[in-house]
Design a protein around this ligand. Structure first.
Ligand code: PXG
Length: 467
């Protein structure tokens, strides 16, 4: 067997990567031309690449490394569990200690009567579980016709067939015959882009009431559940107007449908509370979690369900499960991660100290000529780039052109920020310090300046039609 050395020249690693490795959500031909950046190590909030450059990770990996990189306790928890019991399943009347401990700990942390956990390997898998669980729940209650689930355009719930259907990403729907039947989408509460001349509060109500309109059109006896992220992440960190969630809650209660809060990004401290649902003042019937549950150190996801759903599902055989549901090593690592988040007061610090500091610094970017809005909640924020701050106009260039340029400038300045079309996103590790926040904001501002200069040079500071 020939294996390339980890210390091989970057170009060789990139060539082999391009030859054999298909990347998610990537045009391989484009990436092969420029070569992927090879990340070799990480510590705290800092990545190191194969050229020895240190990069500030403003995205916590993919919204997940909440406790930061390089936590030895997590590696040790994995090693201990691998030696003790590396694998066993929970399908056929067996269980094991890490799954028991983690389920009980999650039940303790979760709000309301969300007391029962079904494990999965990822957020997508957990949402596939939710889809089947909701439909099974209603069938068991003698209402099998209640099989419609309402999601939102530009919501993200994963990219498997089920979860991708629940989500409202048109690029995902366009490939592989999705959405599957029985999924309906309403519009998102994205005031900046879609609010027109309404106030954010009016717009929040209007968008929430689309749920009621959809329920009445489909038939109140046909709708089983509504699924949404408390704050949309992958869609561009869309923080809903204050009127949105209270109205959704009213509608969900009125029609007796299940509320699924997808907490894959918001969960485990991201918004300054353990769960985004707490920040938004809602108590869902089901929550989806993944990412921050293990700080991304190992794949794990879960559906956390309320007592009523657990009782109904528990009265029948739910023909569902994954080989790695409740994987003991993943559970042991997640448990240790939850201990760190709790004992080091990380969630509390986001709420009362570093979160407010990041907010102040991040919002200061709103004075930049390219920035139409800078909004942040806890440690997830976004900048709307615009050629015309007064009208909130988008760019005339195809959506994403400018965001990509800005993201390339960030990358060149050793700051990882993601772009969603022409919004720039941050979601740093929750352990980021004040000094690191200063560095993040400095690099973001330099990158915005460089992006702005280039847009002026190339004649791209031109407004298009407002959507
Ligand atoms: N729900 C939400 C709210 C998510 O953000 C998933 C479910 C799916 O989780 P898995 O573990 O199956 O990936 C996610 C994932 C991005 C990006 O570019 C975001 C996610 C995944 C990949 C990329 O912002 N979120």
């Amino acid at each position: 067997m020939t294996m390339i050395s980890p210390n091989a020249p970057t170009a060789e690693l990139q060539a082999l990567d391009a030859a054999h490795h298909m990347h998610p959500f990537t045009t391989a031909a484009d990436l092969a031309r420029k070569g992927a950046r090879v990340i070799t190590r990480a510590e705290g909030c800092w990545l190191t690449d194969s050229e020895g450059e240190r990069i500030l990770d403003g995205m916590a990996g993919l919204w997940c490394v909440n406790v930061g990189y390089g936590r030895r306790e997590l590696a040790q928890a994995a090693a201990r569990q691998m030696e003790e019991l590396p694998y066993y399943n929970t399908f056929f009347q067996t269980t094991h200690v890490p799954a028991i401990q983690l389920a009980a700990r999650i039940a303790e942390l979760a709000p309301g009567d969300l007391n029962t956990v079904f494990f999965a390997g990822s957020g997508s898998e957990a949402n596939d579980t939710n889809l089947r669980m909701v439909r099974t729940y209603w069938a068991e209650k003698g209402q099998p016709q209640r099989d419609v689930i309402i999601g939102r355009w530009n919501g993200y719930h994963g990219s498997s067939v089920g979860s991708g259907s629940l989500g409202g990403m048109k690029g995902i729907h366009a490939q592989g015959g999705m959405p599957i039947p029985g999924i309906h989408h309403i519009d998102q509460p994205h005031w900046y882009a879609e609010g027109g001349d309404m106030t954010p509060e009016e717009f929040g109500l209007e968008r929430a009431r689309q749920l009621e309109t959809a329920i009445l059109e489909i038939g109140p006896d046909r709708v089983g559940a509504f699924i949404a992220e408390p704050v949309q992440g992958a869609g561009g960190v869309i923080i809903p107007p204050s009127t949105y969630w209270p109205e959704i809650r009213r509608i969900v209660d009125k029609y007796g449908i299940l509320l699924i809060a997808d907490e894959v990004i918001c969960g485990f401290g991201r918004t300054g509370n353990w769960f985004g649902s707490q920040t938004m003042g809602i108590t869902p019937h089901i929550m989806t979690v993944a990412k921050g549950l293990s700080s991304g150190y190992i794949p794990i996801g879960a559906s956390i369900v309320c007592d009523e759903v657990a009782a109904v599902i528990g009265a029948t055989e739910f023909n569902h499960g994954y080989t790695y549901s409740g994987h003991p090593v993943a559970c042991a690592v997640a448990l240790e991660n939850l201990r760190i988040l709790d004992e080091e007061g990380i969630v509390e610090r986001v709420r009362t100290d570093t979160g407010p500091y990041l907010k102040e610094r991040f919002e200061s970017l709103a004075d930049h000529p390219l920035v139409g809005e800078a909004r942040i909640i806890g440690m997830m924020g976004s900048l709307a780039l615009t050629p015309d701050k007064a009208t909130r106009a988008p760019f005339a260039a195809e959506a994403g052109t400018v965001g990509y340029i800005c993201r390339e400038r960030c990358f060149a300045n050793n700051l990882i920020m993601r772009h969603v079309y022409d919004r720039m996103i941050i979601s740093p590790p929750l352990v980021i310090t004040r000094a690191e926040i200063d560095t993040l904001i400095e690099r973001a501002r330099i990158s915005l300046d460089e992006c702005h200069a280039r847009l002026l040079d190339e004649g791209l500071m031109v407004a298009g039609e407002r959507g």
